[in-house]
Ligand binder design. Structure first.
Ligand SMILES: Cc1cc2nc3c(=O)[nH]c(=O)nc-3n(C[C@H](O)[C@H](O)[C@H](O)COP(=O)(O)O)c2cc1C
Length: 274
């Protein structure tokens, strides 16, 4: 198992923090990394530390920290995959520093957060994360929440990864025939975080290409967040690219929608080429 997969397996959403404020050193490290958390779409994103009490911020699922990290960007077409990619890059970096995070798109007093981050008319702040050090024990409400969304489980590969079309699940043999050496890529995608743990990413492999799709559920698109499940796909794209980078395969992202029959509620997002 590669180092990146270790990190992906170690990460979980943290909603119970131990109350210690983040050290100045950690804040400085985060500040400088955030400036480099770019994405393949070249869409800039701005991260800001937000203090809870000072701004009247409230995230009812979280206990033990008063610090949040918000991120906003221009509302341009398909901003969601860029947002998912860049924000997850930061989340994984924070994991490597042993700083607890949880993607939060719903459970917050959004008006206060948007005011605190000074959101402009043409900007969007789909999500934020609390920041702090993970408590030894989860609060009861966190345990209940994890149980509610089956947070420790993920879908089988056969539901997520396909070969050529949506009728043919990917097998090791088929991946090899198509010239894909995958390292830990499938597991890294499988264990990505997603809103309500819906895991909406679907990947169709072809020779030299992997098409990323979103399987849409009802209720995840609104003005304030855009399409949260498209953000999930951006997260999965980052995980895939990390895995490929680890085995020395450079990925380029293109728009190359394949001419294949799509199941209901499945939409195309982007294609990885090598
Ligand atoms: C885009 C996005 C939005 C999310 N919004 C919330 C939220 O509003 N509140 C919350 O408690 N968790 C939220 N989560 C966290 C998910 O519930 C969590 O990632 C999922 O259940 C899997 O659990 P894990 O992160 O511990 O692996 C969100 C995750 C993502 C990716």
């Amino acid at each position: 198992m590669g180092e990146m997969l270790d990190l992906v397996r170690k990460r979980r959403s943290v909603r119970t923090y131990d109350g210690r404020p983040l050290s100045e050193e950690d804040m400085a490290t985060i500040r400088s990394f955030a400036k480099m958390a770019d994405n393949p779409f070249g869409l800039p994103m701005e991260f800001r530390f937000l203090k809870g009490k000072e701004n009247g911020l409230n995230c009812p699922v979280v206990v033990g920290t008063d610090l949040y990290l918000g991120a906003k960007m221009k509302r341009v077409p398909e901003f969601e995959e860029a947002y998912g990619y860049s924000f997850e890059k930061l989340i994984m970096f924070l994991e490597s520093l042993n700083i607890g995070t949880v993607w939060v798109g719903g459970t917050m007093n959004r008006d206060a957060f948007e005011k605190a981050i000074e959101l402009a008319e043409d900007e969007v702040m789909p999500c934020m994360t609390p920041l702090g050090y993970t408590a030894d024990q989860m609060a009861l409400r966190e345990k209940m929440m994890r149980k509610g969304v089956k947070a420790d489980k993920r879908k089988d590969f056969s539901e997520l990864f396909f070969c050529g079309d949506f009728d043919s699940p990917l097998t090791d043999e088929k991946a090899a025939e198509l010239g894909w050496e995958l390292g830990d890529a499938l597991e890294m995608v499988q264990w990505a975080p997603s809103a309500v743990n819906k895991q909406p990413w679907r990947l169709v492999f072809e020779e030299g290409k992997v098409h990323f799709f979103e399987k849409q559920d009802k209720g995840y698109v609104n003005h304030a967040t855009g399409d949260l499940q498209r953000i999930d796909v951006g997260i999965a794209m980052y995980h895939f690219e990390m895995a490929m980078e680890e085995i020395g395969t450079e990925i380029t992202w293109v728009k190359e929608k394949p001419e294949i029959l799509l199941p209901e509620h499945v939409i195309y997002v982007a294609t990885a080429t090598k």
